[in-house]
Design a protein around this ligand. Structure first.
Ligand SMILES: C[S@@+](CC[C@H](N)C(=O)[O-])C[C@H]1O[C@@H](n2cnc3c(N)ncnc32)[C@H](O)[C@@H]1O
Length: 205
């Protein structure tokens, strides 16, 4: 399950190579509509061919970029609206899943570190015992610029130690945690590194 996708598809291209059924959640109606446009190949849908081509080149297994995209379309089982700050998702919406991915979300929706920890627990509630959480995000980032006027938007600045402790506090065991220093300088974001984290929800937790 991708918690929360926006209307993005790049992160699902490789996920759909492993997972035959994928749930997607999102908070805004606009992003859900955009995502459906792409799913249904509607006129005016966002073009995600760049990451689909990139994956085809990277894997070099003979899958075309169109197959990579259609693979995602086939795997999507349900798209649900979920306000993570409002608590766990109702079980009738989506059952607990084997793996949750969360990219660039928790710091966007949390104003404080306390809120981050609570929202992370809501995300973890969607994972089966023994299942997995994958987080990809930026560290020490306080804003990003977005939109026509490139306005600044808040992003909760956290470091690697905080992220590690919050994940353990949420009942997970960290299997892999990599921090890569920022490689490109621009005024669009002010992070100093990106973090990739893989963690397992304790069976007894
Ligand atoms: C920076 S985007 C990341 C989207 C996507 N994961 C990606 O990698 O492009 C943050 C997302 O959080 C969503 N969001 C905002 N408030 C939310 C909330 N209370 N609960 C869940 N998602 C929320 C936004 O609609 C947006 O899609």
């Amino acid at each position: 399950m991708d918690v929360t996708s926006g209307s993005a598809v790049y992160q699902l291209l490789s996920a759909a190579k492993t997972f035959k059924e994928i749930y997607v959640s999102e908070f805004t109606d606009g992003a859900i509509k955009e995502f459906h446009k792409w799913l249904n190949k509607e006129h005016g849908a966002h073009d995600w061919s760049y990451p689909a081509k990139f994956l085809a080149e990277l894997e070099d297994k003979g899958d075309t970029w169109e197959e990579n995209e259609d693979n995602v379309r086939r795997a999507i089982k349900k798209v649900v609206k979920w306000d993570i700050c409002g608590g766990p998702l109702q079980p009738h919406e989506v059952p607990q899943v084997d793996c949750v991915i969360s990219f660039w979300v928790l710091q966007k929706i949390s104003k404080t570190k306390e809120e981050f920890k609570n929202n992370l627990k809501n995300v973890v509630s969607q994972i089966k015992k023994g299942g997995w959480l994958i987080i990809f995000t930026a560290l020490n980032m306080s804003y990003y610029r977005f939109g026509k006027n490139m306005d600044k938007h808040f992003f909760l600045a956290i470091d690697g130690n905080f992220l590690r402790a919050a994940v353990i506090d949420a009942g997970l065991v960290i299997a892999k945690f990599e921090i890569l220093p920022r490689s490109k300088v621009s005024d669009v974001l002010d992070h100093d590194s990106v973090a990739f984290l893989l963690a397992n929800k304790k069976l007894g937790g």
